[in-house]
Design a protein around this ligand. Structure first.
Ligand code: ATP
Ligand code: MG
Length: 486
């Protein structure tokens, strides 16, 4: 069973080279402006090339699919004589018939003007002010004034094109809608939906790429990835999420710049990883990250363990890790939710297992040794990833519990006590995913779940939950019994 899964993984992996397709240029010269056109247009807005407009009758975006609060914001801006566009991922997802995660809005109104229009508005951000319109149950609709790519500002002694210059450090400045489209990362993320006539506006060739299933950077991929290396992660994540191909020029640029990912702010990189783990496309994302070398750059400890054969999956090139991601994705697609600590713990499992195997080739490590290994593996990596302290602690606790779940819960009191520990529910989920990935231990999962349910019932009724008595121990005789004194 597990081997079938691994077979699928290998198939996926081997298919990847086809991932790069040879594609003709997205749109004809007259329709699609080039980055150079855009630069020259900055000085004279009226000289901007016209975008491609797709009228309402020719695209599938219906207002019934747009969040009603986002619609209210769009209409109020429009009513005040401002431009009001749905922007970014929501337009992409609506065109693909997917449910957008959030509905961001672009406008030509300055942030202060947006604030005057909405009572429930808060301005945030230091470098670039964004308006957050707050609605009931904590919903936030983000409104951003159109802006353009920051000008590279070379400091003293820095040469044009140097890293510091390319990495985005300078202030953002307001821009035209077209400039706003061009500052975005990929063509499919640069589309606008205009509330004034319900059309889709395409300055960057995004419609064609959406139809062709392509992740293409807006502008030169070498420049765009050096400017912000997180875009490489985003390319991989969108390609995996949408089943799209990365264009050859962008793919090759990732190979050239992959090591620069470590220059990015760790929380941003970790958030991209989390998106993949939460989104039901962890397996293709991590496989593609491995293929392009981003995994080696970011998590070399994990990448190196994944190069070894896993004894639990010694046939083929399989590794338990890939099987775990596959079952995780399947569970997420079925709507099951997991906390972030559980998701990130999957990245640590293979490393801890390899270290335990090295230390104790047969049998189990003693608890002291296990906690040293867990500490050694988790702490430095979690620190580098900027994981919150509470998440890191939970990961460590769950990893120290999960091995104990391979014993029946009624075997010994000490073993059953783990069920009272805070990270037990998470450790049990991890154990369950492992059982699903290996096909081993399903009945143990049921036993532990039964114990967990008993404990929860006890907690709900306010009783202190008690453990069933341990099975009677057999006394060991230590030599011949003395004759009883009469
Ligand atoms: P998701 O469905 O994950 O939310 P998204 O495309 O909406 O996908 P966000 O991170 O919400 O992604 O960003 C919103 C938009 O902002 C993107 O669609 C893109 O146009 C732009 N954007 C985000 N990150 C970058 C970046 N690093 N460089 C340039 N543009 C970006
Ligand atoms: Mg979004």
């Amino acid at each position: 069973m597990a081997c079938d899964r691994i077979g699928l993984v290998d198939e996926l992996y081997l298919e990847r080279p086809n991932f790069i397709r040879d594609i003709r240029s997205p749109v004809s010269e007259t329709e699609t402006p080039t980055a150079r056109d855009d630069e020259s247009a900055e000085s004279d807005e009226s000289a901007e090339p016209a975008p491609r407009i797709r009228p309402r009758a020719e695209h599938p975006i219906s207002r019934s699919r747009i969040d009603p609060d986002a619609l209210k914001v769009l209409y109020r801006l429009h009513g005040a004589g401002m431009k009001a566009y749905l922007v970014g991922g929501s337009v992409r997802d609506l065109l693909l018939g997917r449910v957008p995660k959030d509905f961001d809005i672009g406008t030509d109104a300055a942030p202060q003007a947006v604030r005057r229009l909405f009572r429930n508005c808060r301005l945030i951000g230091r470098r670039f002010r964004l308006a957050h319109i707050l609605f009931a149950d904590g919903k936030v609709v983000e409104v951003a004034t159109f802006r353009r790519r920051p000008e590279p500002t070379a400091g003293a002694g820095e040469e044009a094109g140097s890293e510091a210059e390319l990495l985005q450090l300078s202030e953002n400045t307001f821009g035209t809608p077209r400039e706003d489209a061009f500052r975005r990362d990929f063509t499919i993320n640069g589309l606008f939906y205009d509330i004034s006539d319900y059309s889709v506006i395409d300055h960057v060739g995004g419609l064609e790429d959406l139809e062709a299933g392509l992740i293409r950077t807006i502008g030169d991929p070498d420049v765009r990835f050096r400017e912000d290396p997180v875009r490489m992660m985003r390319a991989v994540e969108f390609a995996s999420r949408l089943g799209f191909a990365i264009t050859p020029d962008a793919y090759e640029a990732i190979l050239r710049h992959r090591r620069e990912i470590v220059k990015s702010a760790p929380p941003r990189v970790t958030e991209e990883l989390a998106q993949a783990l939460r989104g039901g496309h962890a397996l293709p994302t991590l496989l593609l990250m491995r293929e392009v070398g981003l995994l080696d750059a970011l998590l070399p400890e994990l990448a190196s363990v994944l190069r070894q054969i896993d004894p639990d999956h010694s046939r083929g090139t399989g590794h338990l890790f890939w099987a775990l991601l596959e079952v995780l994705d399947a569970e997420r697609r079925r709507g099951r939710k997991y906390e972030d600590a559980l998701l990130f713990s999957l990245l640590f499992v293979p490393i801890v297992r390899a270290r335990v195997r090295d230390a104790v080739p047969e049998g189990e490590p003693d608890p002291g040794m296990l906690s040293v290994i867990i500490e050694d593996v988790v702490s430095p990596l979690a620190f580098r990833m900027s994981l919150p302290r509470a998440t890191t602690d939970r990961i460590k606790q769950a990893l120290s519990i999960v091995g104990k779940l391979s014993h029946r819960p009624d075997a010994r009191v000490a073993t059953r006590r783990v069920a009272f520990r805070e990270a037990f529910p998470m450790a049990l989920e991890l154990f369950e995913l492992t059982a699903m990935a290996t096909g081993i231990g399903q009945e143990l999962v049921r036993d532990w779940r039964a114990l967990q349910a008993r404990i929860e019932r006890g907690r709900a009724s306010g009783e202190i939950p008690t453990l069933p008595p341990p099975p009677p121990r057999k006394r060991r005789r230590r030599g011949p019994r003395k004759p009883r004194a009469s």
